[in-house]
Design a protein around this ligand. Structure first.
Ligand code: 13P
Length: 234
């Protein structure tokens, strides 16, 4: 199983260090062999423990250069970061990243050998149009993406389920993940309102290889609980 925490724009450097201390000791004490990935804010990359993978939530696809406000490869290399989240719906919908931008990021970081957690997911109005529209929408989000990239992890995160407390039905998650499985051999994560109470059930579903958790992972103890649930299933 793969269990990921996406902090988004939450937590200070100090809070992240305290959080990582809890998670790292939990992972060691329980001999967890599942993959645990934390995506903290850029400001908290320094001095993080390393028995848990640390990834970034975004980066600009260049070595370095005149890109005001961006973080590029050179800055990630300084922290030995080789894991990145690409295509998160908040970047697509709030920050206006087009599929072209997302695909350019994918190509650049794939060429650099990064582990890429690539996110797809539909807004509510698309889901309401039915299965065909839903699958077309998701397929378009794979345009320009190499689904055979060996260090690819795909995360399905319906936009309407993120931060809302709503989740698709178990059957709908299985249907969607089944369709994703036909497209790629990459591990498939589910994200969107995953919490301690539903993580275990979601991880038992067919073609679900882990979870990508936002708000409920902001508590280190809750995140450890979800890691323990994953470990039980592995
Ligand atoms: P929530 O867990 O807060 O719904 O967020 C999910 C998410 O966007 C993880 O990337």
């Amino acid at each position: 199983m793969i269990v990921c925490a996406n902090f988004k724009a939450n937590k200070t450097r100090q809070e992240t260090q305290a959080y990582m201390a809890v998670v790292e000791s939990f992972v060691s004490a329980n001999n967890i062999s599942d993959t645990v990935i934390v995506f903290p804010p850029f400001t908290a990359l320094e001095h993080l423990p390393r028995n848990v993978l640390i990834g970034v939530q975004n980066a600009y696809p260049v070595q370095n250069g005149a890109f005001t406000g961006e973080i590029a490869l050179e800055q990630l290399e300084e922290f030995a970061v080789t894991t990145i989240l690409i295509g998160h719906s908040e970047r697509r919908h709030i920050l206006g990243e087009t599929q072209e931008t997302v695909a350019a990021k994918f190509r650049f970081f794939a060429e650099k050998g990064f582990t890429i957690v690539y996110c797809v997911g539909e807004p509510l109005e698309i889901r309401e149009e039915g299965n065909e529209a839903l699958m077309d929408y998701i397929s378009n989000q794979f345009e320009g993406i190499d689904l055979e990239y060996p260090d690819l992890i795909v995360a399905y995160e319906p936009v309407w389920a993120i931060g809302t407390g709503l989740t698709p039905s178990v059957r709908d998650i299985e249907l969607l993940h089944g369709a994703l499985r036909e497209k790629t051999k990459a591990p498939l994560l589910y994200g969107g309102s995953v919490k301690v109470d539903n993580a275990g059930e979601i991880m038992t579903l067919e073609n679900v290889d882990g979870v990508l958790v936002g708000s409920a992972a902001l508590s280190a103890n809750d995140f450890c609980d979800m890691i323990a649930q994953a470990a039980e299933l592995s």
